[in-house]
Design a protein. Structure first.
Length: 249
């Protein structure tokens, strides 16, 4: 089963879970739908699958069939179609893996668009251990002085709440990145941890938006007729192609 999300006269194709299916059946169904939509001049810009073994197999088949040079997208009838996983599942997975393994080793990455400036050096480490320290330091302040106001004891120790999206988002809040830099400015890992949180914050703001241009409140007032529209859209696609999420544990 599938449903569609329309963004600027383009479509994102969402696959829904089925019982007793195979990767071959799903692959052929997707190809058939893409061809029918292409024949009616509708542009599919992304496929969104749930992250499970069956769907991973489907993506591998599509890549092998339509684009062997990259694992981010395929080209169908000359059109680039991004291969994505359900972002709600991914945000929890990123948080859970970081909590489980403690540190992520980041690739080199730079992003300077909107009000964000993100710079990660090669093999820099984002360390979960800073989050409990940040919470205990920040929570000792008066409520109106707190910088990491979304952090809680449960957020930094989510062992029994790993399915909570709200708690995952409490970790990847821009306020935490700001607080880490201010509280732990003497630590390079503290700064890198802040940069990693900013990366996930920006990623979530882009992929969870219902608009191709909307990044929470940052781009308010920019319309599709604006000179900045294509610049912002292309820069955000470039951000998603940056492979910052290919971290090592």
């Amino acid at each position: 089963m599938v449903n569609f999300t329309e963004i600027s006269k383009s479509f994102i194709l969402h696959t829904l879970p089925l019982v007793k299916s195979t990767s071959d059946i799903i692959e052929e169904t997707i190809i058939s739908l893409l061809q029918r939509l292409s024949n009616t001049c509708l542009n599919v810009v992304a496929l969104v699958f749930f992250n499970c073994r069956l769907n991973i197999s489907v993506y591998r088949k599509l890549i092998a069939r339509f684009c062997q040079d990259d694992d981010l997208f395929i080209k169908f009838n000359g059109v680039k179609i991004y291969l994505l996983y359900d972002v709600v599942h991914l945000i929890k997975t990123i948080r859970n893996n970081w909590y489980r393994y403690g540190t992520f080793t980041l690739p080199s990455f730079s992003y300077n668009v909107d009000v964000f400036s993100i710079n990660c050096l090669e093999k820099a480490k984002a360390n979960w251990a800073f989050l409990p320290r940040l919470f205990h330091r920040d929570s000792s302040l008066k409520c109106y002085l707190r910088k990491a106001s979304l952090l809680s004891e449960t957020a930094v120790n989510p062992s029994q709440n790993k399915l909570s999206v709200k708690l995952a988002l409490a970790i990847f809040d821009i306020g935490n990145a700001t607080a880490l830099v201010q509280y732990f400015n003497e630590s390079s890992e503290g700064s890198t941890t802040a940069e990693f949180i900013k990366v996930i914050y920006v990623w979530w703001s882009i992929v969870n938006s219902k608009s191709a241009i909307h990044l929470q409140r940052i781009s308010r007032g920019i319309s599709e007729d604006s000179d900045n529209y294509n610049y912002l859209l292309i820069s955000r696609i470039g951000f998603l192609e940056g492979k910052i999420l290919t971290c090592q544990v």
